[in-house]
Design a protein around this ligand. Structure first.
Ligand SMILES: O=c1ccn([C@H]2C[C@H](O)[C@@H](COP(=O)(O)OP(=O)(O)OP(=O)(O)O)O2)c(=O)[nH]1
Ligand SMILES: [Mg+2]
Length: 156
């Protein structure tokens, strides 16, 4: 009998043909919040993102996220700081019922073209709990000290 001591939620994954041989998403350190994701571009090929342009980068895998969770695709600060590479739709939302390939939408906000090659760690993925709310239409909302003030209403 196998005794499982790992109480973390299980993230089932299948690797697509173009994902074979790549490292699986992984936490780089013990306390990392996100698993780094690798680019599943063709071996030997370069996906160049020109300044101001965007690219949808394949990861080579499909997930089964447990119900009640989502995956958030977030940029890596190193790529953002050094090269101006970030996720356009950050944080990207991977729904628990999505069964397509996970893809990363990168944009180059830097001044130089940026080359993506196979296996490059392009983004990170955070697994987070999700609460779904029920929507109830009402006639009036309750009064609060803030009221409708926002967008800097409390000063700088
Ligand atoms: O960075 C991302 C964002 C989304 N997705 C996939 C998984 C997600 O479950 C699905 C839909 O994403 P989202 O709801 O953000 O996009 P949408 O424009 O609302 O598309 P849809 O109408 O398919 O929901 O696309 C990715 O692979 N990468
Ligand atoms: Mg949607």
């Amino acid at each position: 009998m196998t005794i499982h001591t790992d109480t973390r939620p299980t993230l089932n994954l299948i690797r697509l043909a173009h994902g074979q041989g790549l490292d699986l998403p992984a936490y780089e350190t013990k306390g990392a919040a996100g698993m780094d994701l690798r680019a599943a571009v063709e071996e030997g090929a370069t996906l160049a993102i020109a300044p101001g342009k965007r690219a949808l980068v394949p990861t080579g895998f499909i997930l089964e996220i447990p119900e009640g969770f989502e995956a958030q695709i977030r940029p890596r600060s190193g790529l953002a700081f050094k090269h101006g590479i970030t996720c356009l739709n950050t944080p990207g939302t991977i729904d628990s019922d999505y069964r397509g390939e996970v893809k990363v939408l990168l944009i180059n906000l830097g001044d130089e073209p940026f080359d993506i090659t196979r296996g490059m760690r392009i983004a990170q993925m955070v697994i987070a709990p999700v609460t779904q709310a029920r929507v109830v239409e009402i006639a009036q909302v309750s009064e609060t000290a803030r009221g409708a003030g926002g967008f800097g209403s409390t000063g700088v």
